[in-house]
Design a protein around this ligand. Structure first.
Ligand code: NIG
Ligand code: FE
Length: 406
């Protein structure tokens, strides 16, 4: 290995997040990066000299060093925007009402279907710059604005291209069961059949999907339809996750638990019993406070119940043109604290360790030897500041897989 692949980051306040509680802070810490991997993490004065070798040194100047952040729920790829619906909602129309009258998700589907690959990629690249500026190293992206075989697959291909062009780690999720496409109006079961028989196998055949998601809701798909999608995913060996209990309780959270799924997301209306089942099944609860805020929802997720059953809580932007035009994962952390009363430590775990778990990734989200060298260096002193500041991104350096991106 050439010395260009070895870096020693020293004089940092290192937030390891390795203990099961607390920040795991190391003052005057150092990290040794070898290739894509963390080779050593600890106090600078305990670093064995023989390990340093030819590593190039970087003085972190006492700055805060954390794992690169992970946004485990986004709909980053789409065309157009829905600022008009923002205005309508402010005039008193509800999200569900707008969706039922052909707007909402279907409005983004119309725009996305007619957009070229270049337009989808270009607009997503432009937005993605905000995630880089926020210290994000891994990002999940869902399909769901294509709703036919060609366009669902096209969205996932663009997501893969985005990973290649940006250097960020992208995880893709097939969300063909996001809404009923107009050509299937009144025939939801037939559409689910198409998703299970055609779209899902085609995505798997091309290696385009890391997981499968659905929107289980009155304005989405029923629990029985969601179960069919999950069964098909299971047969193809793909993990599942779910938009569950955002507007009502259809017991989607319990279904995720039953399938040993990765996560139940939104979960404002989930009951304590189902949250406990999810925890027992090894799942993650993903909190999406920006969507909650933008829809001016009032049903706060049952955080006390999640804590009581030790359900790992992740926090994500849910970036999408309808319910969450949020471009900052740190802003979502702030909202998780102010709206849902998470502690800043819980919010940080929510965008690192627990977000990694929600994506089924065991190789990132903490700072310890053997994990990926995905790091964010901040112009900050205390980890609570990551949730505290609103606005301008204080990231100083971003490393993904041992490569410096910023
Ligand atoms: O996570 N709830 C369904 N899906 C998205 C919204 C998508 C949209 O409105 O375009 C969500 O909030
Ligand atoms: Fe979503």
């Amino acid at each position: 290995m050439s010395h260009a692949d070895q870096w020693l980051l020293e004089h940092a306040r290192v937030v390891t997040l390795t203990p099961s509680s607390g920040y795991g802070l190391i003052e005057e810490g150092a990290l040794l990066l070898r290739g894509e991997t963390l080779a050593w993490v600890g106090r600078r004065d305990e670093l064995p000299l023989r390990l340093v070798g030819e590593a190039q040194r970087i003085d972190c100047g006492g700055r805060l060093l954390t794992p690169a952040l992970i946004d485990c729920h986004t709909h980053l790829i789409y065309a157009g925007d829905r600022a008009n619906e923002f205005e309508w909602r402010l005039q008193g129309r509800s999200y569900a009402e707008i969706a039922r009258s052909g707007g909402g998700i279907l409005s983004s589907v119309r725009a996305t279907r007619v957009a070229s690959d270049a337009v989808l990629l270009g607009s997503a690249q432009q937005r993605l710059a905000q995630w880089l500026a926020d210290g994000v190293g891994t990002l999940e992206i869902k399909s769901g604005y294509g709703l036919d075989r060609e366009n669902e697959l096209r969205m996932l291909r663009v997501a893969r291209q985005l990973g290649e062009s940006s250097g960020l780690q992208i995880r893709t999720t097939l969300l063909a069961a996001h809404a009923l496409p107009p050509e299937y109006a009144g025939r939801a079961d037939d559409y689910i059949e198409l998703v299970c028989r055609e779209i899902l196998p085609a995505a798997v055949a091309e290696g385009l999907a890391d997981a499968v998601d659905a929107f289980c809701e009155g304005i989405g798909f029923s629990l029985a339809q969601t179960r069919r999608v999950f069964d098909a995913a299971k047969q193809l060996g793909l993990p599942v996750k779910l938009h569950a209990e955002q507007l009502s309780d259809l017991r989607g959270t319990r279904l995720v638990a039953e399938f040993g799924g990765l996560s139940a997301d939104h979960i404002e209306y989930s009951c304590a019993e189902d949250l406990a089942a999810l925890a027992a099944a090894g799942g993650v609860g993903v909190l999406l406070p920006a969507a909650f805020l933008c829809l001016r929802e009032t049903q706060v997720p049952d955080i006390a119940a999640m804590r009581a059953c030790a359900l790992p809580m992740a926090v994500a932007t849910d970036h999408n043109p309808g319910t969450s035009p949020c471009l900052s994962l740190r802003h979502a952390m702030n909202l998780a604290c102010t709206l849902f009363r998470l502690t800043p430590e819980e919010a940080l775990r929510g965008v690192t360790v627990h977000a990694a778990k929600a994506l089924g990734l065991a190789d990132r989200g903490q700072l310890r030897p053997g994990l990926r060298a995905d790091l964010a260096l901040w112009d900050l002193q205390h980890p609570a500041e990551l949730s505290y500041w609103m606005g301008a991104a204080p990231v100083h350096q971003l490393w993904v897989g041992g490569r410096r991106l910023r």
